[in-house]
Ligand binder design. Structure first.
Ligand SMILES: [Zn+2]
Ligand SMILES: [Zn+2]
Length: 283
């Protein structure tokens, strides 16, 4: 499992690559655009060329683009829904230009009804039909804060079925914990992985968001914390990562950035959590 961070593209996308190298990342997540603005800033082909070249040279991968926060794929308002669906397609096309492996999105927010799932599925289907994989679109489980959908695995499973297109999963450990999957206990880990296995399938689980949770278990609050310093804790994270069913390609940390040394510490902790491969004994 390759480890990395979500890194800022403020200034330039290239900067995220050099920062990832300095930190010793293997994987990387970025936003495609400013995540808090609808305004689309076209990306210069030269910048895309420099970015893909630098990324290849750095041996960074998987590369994942996180969809902007403003898009709500389940928006009942037709104007906002259309805008969100268009944004998803546009960011997916940009992710393809950047040679990203994945684009990760939250399912959206609204009433917990079949109509909401149909809206989100329609937006996903439209985007993936316009820009077929790669990159593969991954649905992220949420903490279920406010009216956020996608905090149960069966929500994500329903979206995959309704969309009728190829989608994958990104499992956020902090979100799962806050949503009521108690990863501190072997039972909670089995429950979560069992739901994935019986629903979308473990092979659909491509990436992790490896975060501790500042919010309490089952609080339905989305607050990330440094690995080992939250209410999920090291024992829970270690137990999940050691589970033989869990085989994602990469894990991205979206831990707080309060101090420049935070990333070093989180990466060291993450490395200590990932089970090392046992080498076959000679002869
Ligand atoms: Zn996440
Ligand atoms: Zn979160």
């Amino acid at each position: 499992m390759r480890l990395g961070f979500h890194l800022s593209i403020a200034g330039s996308r290239l900067k995220a690559i050099s920062q990832a190298q300095v930190l010793g990342c293997q994987a990387l997540q970025i936003f495609g655009q400013n995540p808090r603005a609808w305004k689309w800033r076209p990306v210069d082909p030269g910048e895309i060329r420099d970015f893909t070249r630098a990324r290849r040279r750095a041996g960074l991968g998987p590369l994942m683009v996180h969809l902007s926060y403003l898009a709500n794929l389940a928006a009942p308002d037709p104007v906002l829904h259309q805008r969100s669906a268009a944004r998803l397609a546009q960011e997916l096309a940009l992710a393809r230009d950047l040679e990203a492996d994945y684009l990760v999105t939250h399912p959206g927010h609204g009433e917990l009804t079949e109509a909401s799932f149909r809206l989100a599925a329609a937006a996903l289907a439209a985007a993936v039909s316009q820009v077929p994989p790669p990159p593969l679109v991954l649905l992220e489980n949420t903490a279920g804060q406010g009216r956020e959908l996608g905090w149960r695995i069966d929500h994500l499973q329903r979206l995959m079925e309704l969309s009728g297109v190829e989608l994958g999963l990104c499992l956020d450990t902090a979100h799962a914990f806050a949503a009521g999957y108690d990863l501190r206990s072997p039972h909670g880990v089995s429950l979560l992985l069992g739901e994935i296995a019986r629903g979308p399938g473990l092979d659909r689980l491509k990436m992790l968001h490896l975060n501790d949770s500042k919010a309490a278990f089952n609080s339905r609050v989305d607050r990330h914390e440094h690995l080992g310093l939250g209410s999920l804790g090291l024992a829970g994270l270690r137990q999940l990562l050691a589970h033989p069913w869990l085989r994602p390609e990469g894990a991205i940390m979206e831990t707080p950035k309060r101090h420049p040394a935070d990333e070093w510490r989180n990466l060291l902790v993450a490395r200590s959590l990932v089970p090392t491969l046992s080498l076959p004994s000679p002869g």
